[in-house]
Design a protein around this ligand. Structure first.
Ligand code: ADP
Ligand code: MG
Length: 235
């Protein structure tokens, strides 16, 4: 019985950090982190600036190598992947940043089309999918606008649309509301919850404790590179 449960647990696990540490010259960014995230979860990672949230995200994407420990994505050790397979893994993950990282000389449509072209989607697929994803993030009216013609909240919604267009299994949003006011923050959280409701796993890193109440799901609290708390619900 126990082994059946273990197998089931392994099957549902998307991300597994096994005693992961990351030590930079002047900082311990991650300190012996063990963490499991199941497919379909919405996990808020909270902690003050410098507590290790971004480093945690970078580990999943294999942007950085751990000093110790192992990071698994669906039972694959991500740091053992060769270039081609790493590219494939990264395509299964959508990333959203504080500063949006949109292409300024492209319209909303073109920003998303660009991400689809990168995975060899046809013009027909692009023409049919882009309006849908913009509708999902409530941005249909901005389809032919450039980023600098949009508010911060709209730009972040566009960045989210771009992150989900190729149907990743996981969205990592690192301080996505860091440049936004309260109303726009609320909207971004609602959109991330909607995407999670459609089946995508979400990891949201933030220093803002007010956000974890808005999300109301699992909260992983970090301090000095350690996970000091892991609770099922914010409220
Ligand atoms: P957070 O995202 O929670 O603000 P980070 O993961 O960015 O935290 O940083 C954790 C710690 O690691 C901080 O002390 C930071 O200065 C340090 N750190 C992060 N990246 C680097 C790096 N590339 N080189 C040296 N130190 C780093
Ligand atoms: Mg950070």
């Amino acid at each position: 019985m126990q082994s059946i449960l273990k197998t089931l647990l392994l099957f549902l696990t998307m991300i597994y950090f096994n005693n992961v540490s990351k030590i930079y010259k002047d900082a311990v960014a991650l300190d012996d982190v063990t963490l499991t995230i199941a497919a379909g979860e919405f996990v808020s990672v909270v902690g003050v600036s410098g507590s290790g949230k971004t480093t945690l995200a970078k580990m999943i994407l294999a942007d950085e190598n751990p000093t110790n420990g192992t990071v698994f994505f669906e039972s694959t050790n991500v740091h053992k992947l060769k270039n081609k397979d790493l590219t494939k893994l990264r395509r299964r993950i959508g990333v959203v940043f504080q500063d949006f990282k949109l292409l300024q000389n492209k319209t909303a449509y073109e920003n998303i089309a660009f991400a689809m072209e990168a995975v060899s989607k046809t013009d027909e697929e692009i023409a049919s999918d882009v309006p849908h994803v913009l509708e999902l993030v409530d941005l249909s009216h901005r389809i032919f606008h450039f980023p600098n013609q949009m508010s911060g909240g709209e730009q972040q919604r566009l960045a989210i649309a771009r992150a989900i267009i190729n149907q990743p299994e996981l969205i990592i949003a690192d301080e996505p509301t860091g440049n936004l006011d309260q109303i726009n923050t609320h909207e971004i959280v609602q959109i991330l919850k909607k995407i999670n409701g459609l089946g995508t796993t979400v990891i949201l890193a933030t220093h803002d404790r007010a956000i974890i109440d808005l999300v109301g799901k699992r909260v992983v609290t970090m301090e000095n590179g350690k996970v000091i708390r892991d609770t099922k619900h914010a409220k």
